[in-house]
Ligand binder design. Structure first.
Ligand code: ADP
Ligand code: ZN
Length: 519
């Protein structure tokens, strides 16, 4: 009789009990069924396929997109006396043959393999002459062309279902939006799979968002509170990553850069130091992090607005995997939205994809500008209802002050409209403030009825109004990404006086934490 899953959990992995849905998932596979598992990072996805692979006859084949991750997993399994190996481009010809020999001899419990390798006719042939316990498709969101981890080979993995219909398959991901979920089911032919959707709530993470006015000083103040702790600082561009890592180092903080522009050796060395040492701050682009399993990351800081809520969730989710209090801190500015709209517009993507990316960016902006509990909003983005408020995000600790901005909003919208919906916020603000210049006169904008009607507010206040109108969908940025503003369908309601507008007073994220320390 094969050992029971619980025996294996105890004897091989040394844990006392299954966590959350693990037991049900393990049973589903042992019985030969398929599963789709959506579980946040750190939730314990690996055991969901490792244990059934040990219970069932044959080798569990694990498709994984990340070479570094395969190595770590295999090392950990070998330490637990599980016979595991991996096949990827990092192995020499000799080692590859040895792994294949062990596979054919039935000596392996688990084999990790890169998708491009798995899909070769040769490897699929090998699989036909061995006993396969199950197929696990890790990071399954890589099938989605809308996500930034898209891997074209993942789309061909449906071949596993066609060639090995009897063998159970499990797809796993920490990305949970409905669109991605549907795409995984469709692309991997998982229509009959049982879906296991875990809560994405991360109660130990304190979310804080604020406006960027002096990034270095703000970051420094934040890092002061995390002296000597491990953390990640995300920035949008490689250049900003390099610059930030340099000045942090000069300021006496152990900071290392990570982005796709660095050579592989440097990247690996930096990643290793981050994982093995205590108190390293990794300054990185989004290229860093998939599969990073370091339990004691105490903070994740964003210096720019992330591209999407999924990205934000994944990135902030790398904090506090040990369950201890951790900070997800972010600063951003309106310029981020302009820069990113431009990046989207100038990319090679199809229009449909650009539209989706713009929507994602808009949701992210709306989250940043919101006055509600952050955790409530974050979970809502994944279709989950959280009965907050959470009590420890910035908006909960100190509810943002709001003000009735209906009249300024009407002025702003009509200035956009009267100037022909062809200008960015800078110029429209100049119109509102009645600023004379040759350009203004040349355009004839000094003769508009909206010229000077907003002189009672300064430029900074107007910028705040425009940013929030954009976040609320009361203004739209143009598709070409030049920062041009136009009215949306919802704008009309405001213009005709059917809808009032409340906006938040701008604040910095430092505020929430200062308050917490005092209390
Ligand atoms: P994921 O792949 O979902 O990010 P992992 O499989 O890497 O998560 O697991 C995250 C951490 O939780 C690992 O350190 C793992 O050993 C631990 N873990 C998983 N399941 C259990 C369990 N049932 N009991 C205790 N620890 C567990
Ligand atoms: Zn809250």
């Amino acid at each position: 009789m094969p050992p029971s899953p619980l025996d294996i959990l105890h004897s091989v992995f040394g844990y006392t009990e299954f966590r959350g849905p693990q037991q049900a998932i393990v049973d589903q596979l042992i019985e030969g069924g398929d599963a789709l598992v959506l579980m946040p990072t750190g939730g314990g996805k690996s055991l969901c396929y490792q244990i059934p692979a040990l219970v069932r006859q044959g080798t569990g084949i694990v498709v994984s997109p990340l070479i570094a991750l395969m190595q770590d997993q295999v090392d950990a399994l070998r330490e637990a006396d599980v016979s595991a190996a991996y096949l990827n481009s990092s192995l020499g010809a000799e080692d590859q043959r040895e792994v294949e020999r062990r596979l054919l001899a039935g000596e392996l419990n688990l084999l990790y393999v890169a998708p491009e390798r798995l899909l070769t006719p040769r490897f699929l042939g090998l699989l036909e002459s061995t006993e396969v316990a199950l197929f696990a498709i890790d990071e399954a969101h890589c099938v989605s062309q809308w996500g930034h981890d898209f891997r074209p080979e993942y789309r061909e993995l449906a071949v596993l279902h066609q060639r090995f219909p009897q063998i159970p398959r499990i797809a796993l991901t920490a990305t949970a939006d409905q669109r991605t979920r549907d795409e995984i089911v469709e692309r991997l032919a998982l229509q009959d799979a049982r879906q296991f959707v875990s809560s994405f709530d991360r109660p130990n993470i304190r979310y804080q968002v604020g406006l960027r006015h002096n990034a270095r000083r703000q970051l420094m103040e934040f890092l002061e509170r995390h002296r000597g702790e491990t953390g990640i600082v995300y920035a949008l561009s490689r250049r900003k990553v390099d610059e930030t890592a340099t000045w942090l180092t000069e300021a006496g903080i152990e900071a290392l850069p990570y982005h796709a522009g660095l050579d592989a050796a440097t990247r690996n060395a930096n990643q290793r130091r981050f994982l093995r040492e205590d108190g390293v701050v990794m300054v990185a682009t989004v290229a860093f992090g998939m599969g990073i399993d370091k339990p004691d990351v105490r903070f994740v800081a964003h210096l720019d607005l992330p591209r999407s809520m999924e990205g934000y969730y994944q990135e902030t989710g790398r904090a506090g995997r040990d369950g201890l209090p951790s900070d997800a801190w972010m600063i951003y500015g309106l310029s981020d939205v302009v820069t990113m709209s431009q990046m989207i517009a100038q990319s090679e993507s199809a229009d449909e994809r650009k539209r989706v990316e713009r929507q994602k960016l808009e949701s992210q902006l709306a989250y940043a500008e919101a006055t509600q509990c952050r955790r409530e909003l974050l979970l809502a983005a994944f279709g989950e209802t959280f009965h907050g408020p959470c009590g420890h995000c910035d908006n909960c600790i100190e509810p943002p002050k709001t003000w009735d901005a209906t009249v300024p909003a009407q002025k702003a919208l009509s200035a956009v409209y009267r100037s022909g919906q062809r200008f960015g916020s800078g110029h429209v603000i100049s119109i509102l403030r009645g600023e004379d210049s040759t350009r203004m006169t040349d355009l004839g904008h000094d003769r508009l009825s909206t010229f000077g009607i907003g002189a009672d507010m300064d430029e900074k206040q107007w910028r705040s109004v425009f940013r929030q109108l954009l976040a609320m969908g009361l203004l739209e940025a143009d598709a070409e990404g030049f920062g041009t503003l136009r009215l949306s369908k919802a704008s009309r309601e405001v213009l005709v006086g059917n809808r009032s507008v409340r906006l938040r007073e701008d604040a910095t994220p430092a505020r929430a934490s200062r308050r917490r320390r005092d209390s």
